[in-house]
Design a protein around this ligand. Structure first.
Ligand SMILES: NC(=O)c1ccc[n+]([C@@H]2O[C@H](COP(=O)([O-])OP(=O)(O)OC[C@H]3O[C@@H](n4cnc5c(N)ncnc54)[C@H](OP(=O)(O)O)[C@@H]3O)[C@@H](O)[C@H]2O)c1
Length: 273
């Protein structure tokens, strides 16, 4: 497993996404992901599955410190006192004293970022989060976050071969931050892409495996595909025994088409073609 190392924290480049996994399905999914070897699990308060994620981890026998666990605070709970309550609830549900990464799930223009990040920083100081980050932040919002002086290490955004994140990535790398790619399979578009499938034939890999490999082969990029189907989860994990050439990486970069699946109407950064 490739790891990204930032501020001494080791982040497995491939994680297991849990959006839409609920109840038994989530319990089974996270259990089997841990069996397969995933050591990076992505959840959020909004997914309504933190209790199952926590139970699966607790029952897995995998030491807590071997797992990189991320959760996210929903934008209506970003006022400091409320954020603290929300984080404490998450920790109880997750059956742990700390998360490895605590994220603001979406920006909320009505709550000053300095207040939110300040409280998150206090939680970190108390050991309840090992690192902090944001999700769905534009470059302008990252500028605002930087002004607060609170160290954040991650921005989780949509990223797959059909959506360029070059400018955002440049910015994150300059600040020694990493990008977590959500919807890395473009929710089904990657598995059926002919260019990715053709490249995969050379290595005995599927289009999905090539798409995921392309992500994690990039500097400071992690990917968190969701797979309720165990066969998918297993296949997605088998991407560390081959390497794409620079030409293949470029060919996949050229697939970009500004295909944004999540909240396309927001004011996102758009890379020029
Ligand atoms: N921060 C945010 O605002 C945000 C937003 C969206 C998502 N996320 C995070 O990112 C994670 C991943 O994103 P996502 O769930 O939206 O989309 P995704 O990972 O791009 O796609 C998931 C879909 O792909 C299928 N799939 C998985 N592996 C496959 C394979 N090898 N071959 C064929 N199909 C495969 C899954 O089917 P099965 O389930 O049947 O296996 C599921 O339908 C989420 O679970 C969540 O943790 C975060």
């Amino acid at each position: 497993m490739k790891e990204i190392v930032i501020d001494g924290i080791r982040i497995p480049a491939l994680g297991y996404g849990t959006w839409e996994l609920r109840g038994e399905e989530c319990l089974r999914g996270v259990r089997s992901a841990l069996d397969i070897g995933y050591r990076h699990i992505d959840t959020a308060q909004a997914y309504g599955n933190e209790a199952e994620v926590g139970r699966a981890i607790a029952e897995s026998g995998v030491p807590r410190e071997d797992i990189f666990l991320t959760t996210k605070i929903w934008p209506d709970r970003l006022e400091p006192a409320e954020l603290r309550r929300a984080a404490e609830e998450s920790l109880r549900r997750l059956r742990t004293d700390y998360v490895d990464l605590l994220l603001i799930h979406w920006p909320n223009p009505d709550v000053p970022l300095a207040a939110t990040l300040g409280e998150m920083d206090r939680l970190r100081g108390e050991g309840h989060a090992l690192s902090l980050g944001v999700s769905n932040f534009t470059i302008a919002l990252l500028d605002e976050a930087a002004e607060t002086g609170v160290r954040i290490v991650n921005n989780q955004v949509e990223y797959h071969p059909f959506l360029s994140q070059r400018r955002l990535l440049d910015r994150l790398r300059r600040e020694d931050m990493f990008l977590t790619a959500y919807a890395p399979l473009a929710r089904g578009e990657v598995p059926r892409n002919a260019v990715l499938a053709r490249i995969g034939e050379r290595y005995g890999k599927s289009a999905s495996q090539v798409g995921l490999r392309w992500l994690v082969q990039q500097d400071r990029v992690a990917a968190i595909p969701k797979a309720g189907n165990e066969k998918h989860a297993r296949a997605n994990f088998e991407i560390f025994d081959f390497e794409l050439t620079p030409e293949e990486m470029a060919e996949i970069h050229a697939l970009r088409s500004n295909m944004r699946l999540v909240s396309p109407d927001r004011d996102w950064d758009i890379d020029e073609a």
